[in-house]
Design a protein around this ligand. Structure first.
Ligand SMILES: *Cc1c(COP(=O)(O)O)cnc(C)c1O
Length: 247
């Protein structure tokens, strides 16, 4: 677990990395939001980051969202949900004021979410998760399924599609990782060209601690960063990304 000093220092260096990647690709740093990926991070450490002026946090598990909620309630922030969502947790997502879910990838879930939101007279933003690396273990739609999926859920009145999300290939081979991000950008452009009513395609949530520069160069508007700020986690990421196989 990182100390307060580490977290503050790391936040500064992440902001620098984001700024430099923007400069390199002629983008305005204001176009890229930093989302703090806070799985396994204590509420205390999250608060340190929020007190440095950051606002956007994302949990992977509803349980962790619940556990930290009270502790963070008086520190201004916005909750996104970036993990795989089980339909029996939808009510909690609404109750704990999540404003955007990054990981919608099936019609049943989208429909159930819409129904629950309608009952509480609320709306939520969503991103569609695409499996751009084609790894079987990962959640997300196949790239070629995405447009049809977006069309078919675009009529649901209480969810608002705001863009796409992907987890790049976990690899040191940057050109291969880049292909994932290029794929997401290409799908975004195809969907924009379709001009689907109710669909906003402005957000691309892509890039993490090890690949955020590449993602920004390819058009990311939200980067999700955990390790490079808060330190190594004790569980492997497979625990969060591949519930089918691990544990
Ligand atoms: C954990 C996680 C991140 C952050 O990953 P780091 O490598 O720790 O920066 C981003 N996105 C999702 C969906 C995550 O689960």
């Amino acid at each position: 677990m990182n100390s307060k000093e580490d977290i503050v220092k790391n936040l500064n260096s992440i902001s620098e990395r984001i700024k430099n990647a923007c400069l390199k690709s002629n983008r305005n740093p204001n176009e890229v939001k930093l989302l703090l990926a806070t799985k396994t991070v204590t509420a205390e450490n999250i608060r340190i980051a929020l007190n440095e002026g950051h606002r956007l946090i994302g949990e992977n598990k509803v349980q962790e969202l619940k556990e930290k909620y009270d502790f963070l309630i008086n520190t201004p922030h916005e909750n996104h949900f970036i993990g795989h969502l089980q339909s029996n947790k939808i009510k909690d997502i609404i109750k704990y004021n999540v404003t955007c879910i990054h990981s919608i990838d099936n019609i049943e879930l989208a429909t159930k979410l819409n129904t629950q939101l309608a009952l509480s007279n609320k709306k939520i933003d969503i991103l569609i998760q695409v499996n751009t690396s084609n790894e079987e273990s990962k959640f997300g739609l196949k790239p070629e399924q995405t447009i049809l999926f977006v069309k078919s859920i675009s009529t649901l009145k209480n969810i608002h599609i705001k863009g796409l999300m992907t987890i790049g290939l976990f690899s040191a081979d940057i050109p291969k990782v880049r292909i994932c991000f290029k794929t997401l950008k290409a799908i975004q452009n195809c969907i924009i060209a379709e001009n689907i009513p109710n669909v906003d395609m402005s957000e691309l949530s892509m890039g993490m601690s090890h690949d955020l520069e590449t993602a920004i160069e390819e058009g990311a508007t939200i980067v999700r960063v955990g390790t490079a700020i808060f330190g190594q986690r004790k569980y492997p990421d497979a625990y969060y990304w591949n519930e089918k196989k691990v544990i």
